[in-house]
Design a protein around this ligand. Structure first.
Ligand code: F6P
Length: 319
């Protein structure tokens, strides 16, 4: 294995740069050359490449976003696109490809693997919705960003004795919403994995008011419904006048937390180790503290389970 390619794909996540640095430096340490494809699979198809060196990945371990840029590439979801990508990889004399991204990006990598091309995936997404790893790169930072925002909202919610609905990202998963709800001491969390009961929620809010609570915070995962829809439901059902905040893309930015920078550094090195060991068609993850390579399709074939005990915790602590 002499020359490897690397790309970031899908939604960016804090820690992707730390992963790029780790892949690049570990590969060079092991005598390989590294080529970066910019804008994910889009850049692979268009030949948008930059050589990566020890110094070109210097000073990025703490930076949010991705120096390689990223994109969601429709063309690469089609067999012709994948075949074209394979052709480009051959033209650039690439022996293996490291893909940093979520399960959509891993689907593309799996298609290349099925055509016989060596690939390894590194899970990077704030959604944490990938099996085969306890945590994805960016999740911890996004939780901390959401927490900081919710703490600020609590100040104003408390001063005005208001009910706030905070919509957080996560696509179809509730990991980010649940983690943020527990950390922020929210009264209620709504996640796609658990059906929600509007009557129960209204009862809780009434009880909170009777107890003299100065404010209430409800964290709603975007996969359940937009906060604006919940706002209308609460108005119609219980006469509540709630304020809403959609945290949105702010959750994807910022410097990685120490947890994410370390995770990204370990997974980057783990990806090169997997390639050296010939463990192709895999994704590297951290399970119980160990770096483990699993078949890449595990990331979507196995559904990562949300800890519903945490839902109960929100329930108990938010009385
Ligand atoms: O997958 C990461 C994520 O931020 C999701 O939480 C969110 O639903 C989606 O990407 C937003 O995508 P876009 O940046 O394309 O609007």
């Amino acid at each position: 294995m002499k020359r490897i390619g690397i790309l970031t794909s899908g939604g960016d996540a804090p820690g992707m740069n730390a992963a790029i640095r780790s892949v690049t430096r570990t590969a060079i340490y092991n005598g390989m050359e590294v080529i970066g494809f910019r804008r994910g699979y889009e850049g692979l198809l268009e030949g948008d490449v930059i050589p990566l060196s020890v110094s070109s990945v210097g000073g990025i371990v703490h930076r949010g976003g991705t120096i390689l840029r990223t994109a969601r590439c429709e063309r690469f979801t089609k067999p012709e696109g994948v075949r074209e990508g394979l052709q480009r990889l051959k033209e650039y004399d690439i022996d293996a490809l490291v893909v940093i991204g979520g399960d959509g990006s891993f689907h593309g990598a799996y298609e290349l693997h099925k055509l016989g091309f060596p690939v390894v995936g590194i899970p990077g997404t704030i959604d944490n919705d990938i099996a085969g790893t306890d945590c994805t790169i960016g999740f911890d930072t996004a939780c901390n960003t959401a927490l900081q925002c919710i703490e600020k909202l609590r100040d104003t919610a408390s001063s005005h004795e208001r009910l706030f609905l905070v919509e957080v990202m996560g696509r179809n998963a509730g990991f980010l919403a649940l983690e943020a709800a527990v950390a922020a001491g929210a009264e209620y969390a709504m996640v796609p994995e658990v059906p929600f009961d509007l009557d129960l929620l209204c009862k809780k809010l009434r009880y909170a008011k009777e107890r003299g609570k100065s404010h209430s915070l409800i964290i709603v995962a975007e996969g359940v419904m937009p906060a604006s829809e919940l706002q209308s439901l609460l108005k119609d059902t219980g006469g509540y006048d709630a304020r809403i905040t959609v945290l949105g893309h702010i959750q994807r930015g910022g410097s990685p937390s120490s947890f994410d920078a370390v995770l990204a550094s370990r997974l980057g090195a783990g990806a090169i180790d997997a390639l050296i060991r010939g463990e192709f068609g895999t994704m590297v993850g951290r399970i119980n503290g160990e770096i483990v390579a699993s078949p890449i399709q595990v990331s979507w074939e196995q559904k990562k389970k949300l800890d519903t005990g945490m839902m109960e915790l929100v329930e108990i602590l938010g009385i």
